[in-house]
Design a protein around this ligand. Structure first.
Ligand code: AMP
Ligand code: MG
Length: 490
């Protein structure tokens, strides 16, 4: 296990393209303390437990002391926000402090979110409130454990400052990490500012470090664009299958590695509602749950335009054409797994569509219904074993009819029932980060008790396990929890 003395920090992106950064120092915080640390992530980063308890570590993750060979700078990028091009955004409240190289040879960029103003803060205060750091901390790790590519969270620290939003709130810093935080907006910035040499360097950097396979192809830029298209398609298929709504799918919040990035007003579906809008500032529903697949393509178009530097129109079209088939086939594959089928068949589309329609009509709980499908016994005509599933629906007749079709399909499935149940429970989570659960953890934290954050983190670390002592956390959201307003103000 690495200790502080063997920490190896580098900054490959900064060294290659310093123009992508502006130096920015963290604010001085007189009184910091650790709110929570994620031991799974800490182990993955090979930071030893003792070091994570040290003053030096706290000073590093609050920006008060640079790591060895580290630095402190914000990245510049542009982006399309709600369809409008904004020529300069950048890290308004995220400081990059360096890239950690683990003994396994992996590189992770560390960012401190909420540590202070940067040259890109515009009218913002460079701060994050504890509430939003808790949401990102819990959600990103929950996504990681659900096998959905994402930036991750190492720790939350409190700055013991008051930050003004609609009211005074405690300020906090989220330490997050990812292989890279490069966004579609990075390409847009250098393209639209006519910084061709830098754009070339950016593409070369990405090819060398993140797309080495594509770099070997005859046309590396085309291969890289196609790979980004495919990664994005697969990511969004996973969101749709698990019921995740990002909430602010601007191109500056799209990762070229296909990671879920920048958790703001996100939401996991409680009741199945395809038009669900997780962000109360999104008045037109541009980023509603069901819009995500088409928004993914819209965003890829904005990225692909910057690739006109290297590719002709037909090549760009060729890369973009991969989006829909990859998304649809991955989604089908995931939904077939959720239903316990060894393989997806064309006719399953109708079966899945019917189930979703019944769920939408009756406002059934997305996660609970899928989790309970494994209890269906295809060899029994009665519904004895799936009473709990039926109870998820106010009117049970449509779902009973559907279950009869489902049983017929299951009887034609090569998997034995026991094997199917095991597989289904490995893909249908019992526990998700429902908004109200995050809110309960936030309320406790604002009252000075951080234990609920740790408890939720433990539960969400194994979302597919039964964990019977935590059954209450798998219940339907209470009405107040479905009506929470989550906006961009964080
Ligand atoms: P977001 O919608 O959170 O992805 O943020 C959009 C842009 O606003 C990014 O450039 C952020 O860095 C910036 N931003 C958001 N909140 C703040 C803040 N409190 N202070 C400074 N910049 C911010
Ligand atoms: Mg953002």
């Amino acid at each position: 296990m690495a200790t502080q003395s063997t920490f190896s920090f580098t900054n490959r992106f900064y060294n290659a393209i310093p123009e992508a950064y502006q130096h920015a120092a963290a604010s001085v915080f007189a009184d910091n303390h650790l709110v929570c640390i994620n031991d799974t992530a800490r182990n993955d980063l090979m930071i030893c437990a003792d070091h994570a308890k040290s003053e030096n570590f706290l000073a590093m993750i609050t920006g008060q002391q640079l790591p060895p060979n580290g630095f402190s700078a914000a990245q510049v990028y542009a982006g399309h926000q709600f369809g409008q091009y904004v020529p300069q955004l950048g890290d308004g409240r995220a400081l990059n402090i360096g890239e950690l190289k683990t003994d396994r040879g992996e590189y992770y960029e560390l960012q401190l979110k909420g540590a202070g103003i940067t040259p890109f803060s515009r009218h913002g205060d460079g701060r994050a409130v504890l509430r939003s750091t808790i949401r990102e901390y819990l959600a990103s790790e929950a996504m990681h454990q659900l096998d959905i590519p994402t930036t991750r969270a190492l720790a939350i620290t409190s700055t013991s400052e008051q930050v003004w939003r609609e009211q005074a709130e405690p300020g906090a810093i989220l330490t997050r990490f990812a292989t890279s935080h490069i966004r579609f907006g990075h390409f847009e910035y250098f393209f639209h500012h006519n910084k061709k040499a830098t754009l070339n360097k950016l593409a070369d950097f990405c090819l060398t470090h993140y797309f080495p396979e594509q770099n070997k192809s005859d046309n590396p830029h085309l291969a890289m664009l196609q790979a980004i298209v495919e990664r994005t398609a697969r990511l969004i298929a996973k969101w749709q299958a698990v019921g995740f709504t990002h909430g602010v799918l601007n191109t500056d919040n799209m990762s070229i590695l296909g990671l879920t990035i920048d958790y703001g007003p996100f939401g996991f579906l409680d009741t199945y509602q395809p038009s669900f809008i997780s962000n109360t500032s999104d008045h037109t529903g541009r980023y509603a749950f069901e819009q995500q697949p088409s928004i993914g393509l819209w965003n890829l178009n904005a990225l692909a335009y910057t690739f006109s530097t290297w590719l002709n129109t037909e090549q760009i079209r060729q890369a973009l054409r991969h989006y829909e088939p990859v998304l649809v086939s991955h989604y089908n594959e995931l939904m077939a797994q959720k239903l316990g089928f060894s393989q997806w068949r064309q006719s399953d589309t109708e079966l899945i569509g019917q189930l979703l329609a019944i769920m939408a009509q009756q406002q059934a709980d997305y996660t609970r219904v899928f989790r309970q499908l494994s209890y269906v016994d295809e060899h029994q005509t009665s519904f004895e074993r799936c009473q709990a599933l039926l109870d998820e629906f106010a009117d049970q007749q449509p779902i009973e009819q559907w279950l009869n079709q489902y049983k017929t399909r299951l009887r034609d499935n090569p998997l034995a029932r026991t094997e199917r149940v095991i597989r289904q429970n490995q893909v249908n989570p019992k526990y998700i980060l429902r908004n109200y659960l995050a809110q309960n953890a936030i309320n406790s934290a604002y009252a000075g008790d951080y234990s609920e954050i740790a408890r939720l983190q433990t539960i969400l670390a194994t979302p597919f396990d039964e964990q019977p002592r935590y059954n209450a956390y798998a219940k339907q959201a209470p009405q107040w929890g479905k009506e929470l307003n989550i906006s961009c103000s964080s």
